[in-house]
Design a protein around this ligand. Structure first.
Ligand code: ZN
Ligand code: ZN
Ligand code: ZN
Length: 269
């Protein structure tokens, strides 16, 4: 499995789009891994998770060939994960030499918004509804959407994705996992887990996780043998409001053997 992480910030980006706080100023002057863009990842070069407003920047920064993407999964429709207007750029007239159709998968809200926004024909884009806890064959992977505790107004999803012998838990904007998600996960295996740590050391862990929720989640996954000795846990989706730079996050998570994701990171297993 090759997982290319494109963005690791919360919705405002880091440094945040309009922010003058000391923390954002520091990130601007330090640069490097302190520059975080909006969330997305590409699996095995062909399956993309989420389509944020920073996609063109990701293509230019990491020299991506987005024409290879045949399958696009949406976690939910918050704008930092969901900018379907730019998907029109994959349609005839804007994109040449791409293979149709593009398959888009998501909850009912995501599909309805895609339907409204995309000037599509069925031969160019096909929409597929995802229901939590059902397993789908998507390209060369097996995808099971699980329920998040994030936005009560839509069915926010996290994904368990199996590609060959390797399994990924893609947990963005999850909050503390609901019981149904724990029940499903406790019978699974995970080699790579990517967990939401939007709230850093702030106390809140509903809607988005914080440091404590991440470490308790890792422990529980270990106790249920979902994680093995070889499994790796990464944290991502950081808000500027937590006041932590990349080096601070590394210091916090090192004792727990948890890695801090950064923009452009490629994980291969
Ligand atoms: Zn988000
Ligand atoms: Zn700021
Ligand atoms: Zn969200």
């Amino acid at each position: 499995m090759k997982l290319h992480i494109l963005g690791t910030a919360a919705s405002e980006g880091f440094p945040a789009l309009f922010c003058k706080c000391a923390h954002c100023q520091k990130a601007r002057s330090l640069g490097g891994k302190n520059i975080r863009t909006r969330t997305s990842a590409i699996l095995d070069d062909t399956l993309k998770i989420d389509f944020p407003p920073d996609t063109l920047h990701h293509v230019l920064r990491d020299n991506l060939d987005l024409a290879k993407i045949q399958h696009l999964l949406f976690t939910h429709t918050h704008h930092d994960h969901f900018y379907p207007e730019d998907l029109n750029m994959r349609l005839p007239g804007y994109a040449h030499g791409v293979q149709y159709p593009l398959h888009i998968y998501g909850n009912d809200t995501a599909l309805a918004k895609c339907s409204q926004t995309l000037k599509k024909q069925n031969e160019h884009v096909q929409l597929h509804l995802l229901k939590p806890f059902q397993t789908y064959q998507i390209g060369d992977t097996e995808v099971t959407p699980l329920l998040a505790d994030h936005n009560p107004h839509e069915t926010c999803l996290l994904f368990h994705i199996k590609s060959g012998p390797t399994s990924l838990l893609y947990g963005h904007d999850t909050g503390w996992f609901p019981d149904e998600t724990w029940n499903w996960l406790e019978k699974s295996k995970v080699d790579i887990a990517l967990l939401d740590c939007t709230n850093g050391n702030l106390p809140e862990f509903r809607n988005h996780m914080n440091v404590n929720a991440v470490t308790v989640t890792k422990n529980r996954l270990q106790q249920c043998n979902v994680l093995t000795e070889q499994s790796k846990v990464y944290v991502t989706h950081f808000s500027h409001n937590i006041g932590l730079l990349h080096e601070d996050l590394i210091k916090i998570f090192q004792p727990y053997d948890i890695e801090v994701a950064y923009d452009g990171l490629i994980i291969e297993r």
